[in-house]
Structures are given as C-alpha cells and as structure tokens.
Unconditional design. Structure first.
Length: 130
C-alpha cells in the first residue's frame, strides 16, 4: 500500500525531512498540479522508487494554458527524477461515460515524458458504490 499525500488538510508541501521515503502517491482531486510540483521539489530521499499521480477525473481545466504550463513544469521535474533516480512515474486515471480520456491529452500535458516513453498511464475502473 502506498502512502497518499493528502492535501485536503493544511499540510505543508515540504517533504525534505522524509529521508527514507520510497513511495509517493498524489491524489490529483485533492492537489493542484502546481502543489505536486512544489512538493516534489522538496524531496531529498535517496530511497524514492515510485511516484504515482492519480487524476480521478479529466477536468476541462487542463485545456487552459496556465494549467498546461503547470503540467509541463511537472513534466520537466519528473524527467529529472527519472534521470537521477530511474523513477518511471505512473499517472492513473478513471474514466466513465461522457468523460474524455486523459491519455488523449497526455502528450500535451507531459510532452517530454511521453516523447521518451518514460511515463506509465494506467486506466482504473470507476468505483461503484452500492
């Protein structure tokens, strides 16, 4: 089980003191792309092996240029993590009726990672609550 970085509470984005950190999973519904980038910039752990970003839904906001720039900033940082730690990030997302797939927009959002084939995009079935 991977620990989630929960940004629904007033947590600082400083992960520098987590020196034995191995796994990071960001729940995108709770964290902005900019917040994820800022948090990753503080990582000092030499043990980090996995970075997962879960996008629970595809939001129209990713079309906006400002948000696209935030994704490209994240892209550059994740390429650095790959180069320095051999970490291949994973982006997970859910799909459903009337939703666009994130995979259609990933080359625009994470251009360097997708061009190099360094990102795993994983579709997760939506959770059904009975």
């Amino acid at each position: 089980m991977l620990p989630d970085i929960d940004t629904s509470r007033a947590l600082l984005h400083d992960l520098s003191k987590a020196t034995k950190l191995k796994y990071l999973k960001f729940m995108r519904a709770k964290a902005s792309v900019q917040w994820i980038t800022m948090a990753l910039e503080t990582v000092k752990s030499k043990h980090l092996q996995h970075i997962i970003i879960h996008q629970s839904t595809f939001l129209p906001e990713v079309i906006q240029e400002v948000v696209c720039q935030e994704w490209r900033d994240l892209d550059r940082l994740l390429v650095k993590f790959w180069a320095s730690h051999s970490i291949r990030p994973k982006v997970t997302y859910t799909t459903g009726k009337e939703r666009e797939d994130l995979k259609d927009h990933l080359p625009r959002l994470l251009p360097e990672l997708t061009r190099r084939g360094l990102v795993d995009l994983v579709e997760i079935a939506p959770t059904i609550i009975w």
